[in-house]
Design a protein around this ligand. Structure first.
Ligand code: NAD
Length: 378
């Protein structure tokens, strides 16, 4: 298969969808890899390093999209990139379609088969291609939140860990999955008082054991959230219902319960945000204020640390990219059923139920859509 890797064009996105090690593996499996000139530069990978492992460097994104059968990407395609997709082409990337009807319609119109990293599942129903970026985003969430709590940046002016004789700050993490656990891990390391809220008791049990009682776990109800908000200095929003738009766990009127200058970090912003007052921001302009509360809502947090995140991402995606390139979508799904929920759009149809509900479009099972596809001969 001919695999294409364009340069990411989302603002402040420095990751690239393959590393030289990945190029080597794909080449050894007999595939051709086309990489847009300069695609790796943001992650400190030069064109020559890709070439040395068998890649062909091409001048621009148009050439990549025209020649490749599968596009490997990091973030969702931007409008000019969607225009270059074509029927039957395979797209493998983060999509986060549930809150984004415009992107979903564009992908449907393209006729391409679009597989979202974030909805591929492993045998235990976990999200192996979201996990590495969630680990990074969780760690950044606490780092960024601690910074934004500084007075000159508009924060309350409190140090997360306190000092002997002065109390530590309270960090509230809502959603104790991969993001939440990593955010709590760093907050504990910074010696804050940490409270993790989740609706899954088995998950709270795991966190309690993992942290050896070093953070409090709380079953997340509206009342429990409202009782904690007045005490919290930093709130990290990290909930996820697979594929679906994020539920609101802090409503606009509940901001009044918080102390002025407290900080909300909405990591779930890529799924539409889990605080009602959130809207996506960028690394260049990461925060805004609502009712005296700082909101940090960067939708591509791992993009800020590409040297870590490019390698972490491609370690996880490479086996799936190889399976898709070796066997094609239909056979790859048969061999690994966890790839099936990854297929969000195929042959012009939305093929993931939660995405279809999120964007208000018809849901068509993958098998049916792929059959449609083969009837069309693409
Ligand atoms: N902004 C970014 O750059 C970035 C990067 C990586 C991940 N993310 C996003 O972060 C979010 C979390 O990802 P994850 O990998 O930790 O997911 P996860 O599935 O590992 O964890 C989500 C947790 O939320 C809990 N939950 C669901 N609904 C809840 C509710 N109403 N109240 C309390 N808890 C609830 C679940 O029980 C689960 O433990 C996702 O939306 C993901 O896309 C964003």
């Amino acid at each position: 298969m001919r695999i294409g890797v364009p340069t990411e064009i989302k603002p402040d996105e420095y990751r690239v969808a393959v590393t030289p090690a990945g190029v080597r593996e794909l080449s050894e499996h007999g595939h051709e890899v086309l990489i847009e000139a300069g695609a790796g530069r943001g992650s400190a990978i030069e064109d020559a390093e890709f070439e040395a492992q068998g890649a062909e460097i091409v001048a621009d994104a148009a050439a990549v999209f025209e020649r490749a059968e599968m596009i490997l990407h990091v973030k969702e395609l931007q409008a000019p990139e969607i225009e270059m997709l074509r029927p039957g082409q395979l797209l493998f990337t983060y999509l986060h379609l549930a809150p984004d009807p415009e992107q979903t319609s564009g992908l449907c119109r393209s006729g391409a088969t679009c597989i979202a990293y974030e909805t591929v599942e492993d045998a235990q129903g976990r999200l192996p291609l979201l996990a590495p970026m969630s680990e990074i985003a969780g760690k950044i969430a606490t780092q960024a939140g601690a910074f934004m709590l500084e007075k000159p940046l508009g924060g309350r002016g409190i140090l997360l860990g306190g000092v002997p004789g002065v109390a530590a700050a309270n960090v509230m993490v809502i959603g104790g999955g991969v993001v939440g656990m990593n955010a709590a891990f760093i907050a504990i390391g910074m010696e804050a008082d940490v409270f993790v809220f989740d609706r899954s008791i088995p998950r709270l049990r795991e966190l309690d054991v993992t942290f050896g009682g070093r953070c409090s776990t709380v079953y997340s109800t509206t009342l429990a959230v409202e009782e904690m908000l007045p005490r919290a200095d930093l709130v990290v929003g990290a909930v996820l219902v697979h594929g679906a738009r994020a539920p609101y766990v802090v409503k606009r009127e509940q901001l009044a319960l918080m102390k002025p200058g407290s900080v909300l970090v909405d990591v779930a912003i890529d799924q539409g945000g889990c605080f009602e007052t959130s809207r996506p921001t960028t690394h260049r302009d990461p925060t805004f204020e609502v009712d005296g509360i700082t909101h940090y809502c960067v939708a591509n947090m791992p993009g800020a640390v590409p040297i870590t995140s490019t390698h972490a991402l491609t370690n996880a995606t490479l086996p799936y990219a190889l399976a898709l390139a070796d066997h094609g979508v239909a056979a790859a799904i048969r061999r690994d059923p966890g790839l099936r929920p990854g297929v969000n759009v195929a042959a012009g149809k939305v093929t993931h139920q939660a995405v279809a509900e999120g964007v208000g479009m018809e849901y068509v099972p993958v098998e049916e859509a792929l059959e449609l596809d083969s009837r069309k001969g693409s």
